[in-house]
Design a protein. Structure first.
Length: 266
């Protein structure tokens, strides 16, 4: 089992008092990841799959190889936000020149330089960043690249998002409908629904990239707010687990409605 699957099984054992057994082993084909057994003997199929935005985990993995840092080319510190893994090959080759051009002009944002050049042919690297990429750069002239014995690096992160928080989680059902329509999610839903067991559970570690900002940050709320509607599941799937990254709580939907659980607290 993967580390993610083992962690999900431990959460199920702690919340439900079940025993989790790896099931996708010994050459079994098309089966769920684990089988849960209750003290009463009741059995539940247990499928685990990450819910993440297209390419988001790939971007995170690629940036982590560089420890989310790139060398600074000039005198300032820079923050680079990467909107897509597809941007990375060109962004790596262009960010040095973009930073140096901005520093020479005394401008902390590439779009400020682009606006100055709008009446002439814009610099091709600046034009690529603003017109053809989903990434962004911000310079910090008050943070020098070299400060005494300290040598700083550019901070390189996945692009951030913003917006008001959906504290009522009223948008969760539609967000899940959109996510569940993705081909890889359809396969996991179908596999779980086919299991010949008393219950069928789908456990979803939720990455911030897959849901709208208001909904994801509503899930991070450690209060008592629960979604007002059931999730859009096939009728055969009896339980849905949502485990948002960075959250203390795990949300569990059963035929009796939504519940909050805090398996990390003890």
């Amino acid at each position: 089992m993967s580390e993610q699957e083992r962690a999900a099984c431990l959460i199920a054992e702690r919340v439900l008092g079940v025993v989790a057994e790896p099931w996708d082993v010994d050459g079994r084909q098309g089966v769920v990841d684990a089988m849960l057994t209750y003290p009463t003997g009741r059995r539940a199929a247990f499928e685990v799959t990450a819910l993440s935005g297209d390419g988001a985990l790939q971007t995170l993995s690629l940036l982590s190889r560089d420890q989310f840092q790139w060398p600074l080319p000039g005198q300032w510190t820079w923050t680079v936000e990467v909107g897509s893994a597809a941007d990375l090959p060109q962004l790596r080759g262009r960010y040095v020149r973009i930073a140096l051009l901005c520093e020479a002009a005394g401008l902390s944002r590439p779009e400020q330089l682009w606006q100055r050049q709008i009446s002439v042919d814009p610099d091709p690297d600046i034009a690529w960043l603003l017109e053809h990429s989903t990434s962004d750069m911000v310079g910090h002239p008050d943070l020098p690249a070299i400060d005494g014995n300290r040598v700083r690096s550019a901070t390189v992160l996945p692009a951030s998002r913003g917006g008001a928080v959906d504290e009522s989680l009223s948008g969760l059902r539609q967000a899940l409908e959109d996510a569940f329509a993705e081909p890889h999610m359809v396969r996991h839903l179908d596999k779980t629904a086919r299991a010949d067991t008393d219950e069928r559970h789908l456990f979803l570690p939720v990455h911030w990239s897959v849901l709208p900002f208001p909904v994801f940050y509503g899930l991070l709320d450690d209060g008592q707010a629960l979604p007002p509607e059931p999730p859009p599941l096939p009728p055969a799937i009896t339980h849905l687990w949502l485990a948002p990254e960075l959250a203390r709580r795990v949300l569990l939907w059963t035929p009796h409605g939504w519940q909050n659980h805090y398996p990390y607290d003890n």
